[in-house]
Design a protein around this ligand. Structure first.
Ligand code: PBG
Length: 337
């Protein structure tokens, strides 16, 4: 230590704090910025006319069709490039095979057709998975004795589902089921049906996560206590190298965009995947991440806006090119000013 008069140590040459002195200096050296163009807004639609708030997701509702279109108009006005539409199907239309998924008249296809008719520029993303339609809540078909979710018969059903979605006008289909080999099969099915331009955003590294709880409340896809778990197809939260392997498989099979999900608790995975592939990378800030921030803010334990913004910036910094987030409209509104 060589303190001079005035308390200055002349041996300290590197002083990173120099560039943190003012907001303008910090702006000049800022490495990561969130843009409205990074955002994808997940929306829930149900068959009723009125909206129904989702209690575990403050500010989020199951929309009636008119109000869904209103949300899409808002997305367009705010400059949000894409919405992801999730249908909440009435219990009476669900069965073990999820056969309602294959009916033209179903709520998802009707909604997508309406959105594309009114807002042709707005990108529409649809999940390719059977969980909104199955009575057991699984993303796929059960084996005859009910003790597993069958891979290959599920993939066949998913291919049909993806083609229905593309035919309804979805710009991007997003297999969220984690069956093996589904991306390649879906790509072929889309191409054969003439949908070469429909992109695939694969939920490539999707973990078997407790953070999906509020989403399952929202769409009514809770799986029974005695049922086999989604851990038989979604990834083990303990694994990281396996995520890279899953992503590489999906890229090989033709995924246009790959996704890591959840996002915030899996920043290391986003970072690893970013280093492994050049494919555009999406991250899904899931329902539980959103609920957590709201709950802590309601208790007065966290500053809502700062925590929200920091959570999204961290996901971007880890390497995501785009983020599915329920915060999309309010963040887009803030980014405008
Ligand atoms: C369904 C699906 C899930 C989510 C998106 N698509 C839930 C699940 O796999 O059980 C979760 C999204 C969220 O929690 O916000 N395949």
């Amino acid at each position: 230590m060589r303190l001079q008069g005035g308390g200055v140590d002349l041996s300290i040459l590197q002083r990173p704090r120099r560039l943190r002195r003012s907001e303008n200096l910090r702006r000049l050296v800022r490495e990561t910025r969130l843009h409205t163009s990074d955002l994808i807004w997940p929306l829930f639609v149900h068959a009723r006319d009125s909206d129904e708030p989702v209690p575990s997701m403050p500010g989020v509702s199951r929309h009636g069709l008119d109000s869904l279109l209103g949300a899409c108009e808002e997305a367009q006005r705010l400059g949000i490039p894409a919405v992801a539409v999730f249908p909440c199907i009435e219990a009476s239309l669900k069965n073990a095979e999820g056969s309602h998924a294959h009916e033209e008249s179903n709520l998802l296809y009707r909604s997508v057709r309406e959105i594309k008719k009114r807002f042709p520029e707005l990108l529409v993303i649809t999940d390719v998975a059977l969980d909104p339609y199955t009575s057991h809540g699984h993303d796929g078909l059960l084996s005859p004795n009910g003790d597993s979710v069958e891979n290959d018969t599920t993939v066949e059903a998913l291919c049909r589902l993806a083609v229905h979605e593309a035919a309804a006008g979805a710009d991007i289909v997003a297999p969220s089921d984690m069956m093996d080999g589904r991306v390649g099969e879906i790509r072929r099915a889309l191409d054969v049906a003439g949908f070469q331009e429909t992109a695939i955003m694969s939920y490539a590294a999707k973990y078997s996560s407790a953070y999906y709880g509020p989403f399952r409340d929202a769409v009514g896809s809770k799986i029974g206590q005695d049922s086999i778990g989604k851990a038989t197809y979604q990834m083990d939260p303990a694994n990281a190298s396996e995520a890279v392997r899953e992503v590489l498989l999906d890229v090989e099979q033709g995924a246009d965009i790959v996704m890591v999900k959840p996002a915030g608790p899996y920043l290391d995975i986003i970072c690893k995947v970013r280093d492994a592939v050049t494919t555009p990378l999406a991250a899904y800030q899931v329902s539980g991440e959103y609920a957590q921030i709201h709950a802590a803010a309601q208790l007065g334990w966290l500053d809502y806006e700062r925590t929200r913004d920091e959570s999204l910036l961290a996901i971007k910094r880890a390497g995501a090119d785009m983020i599915l987030t329920y915060f999309a409209p309010e963040v887009a509104a803030r980014l405008r000013h």
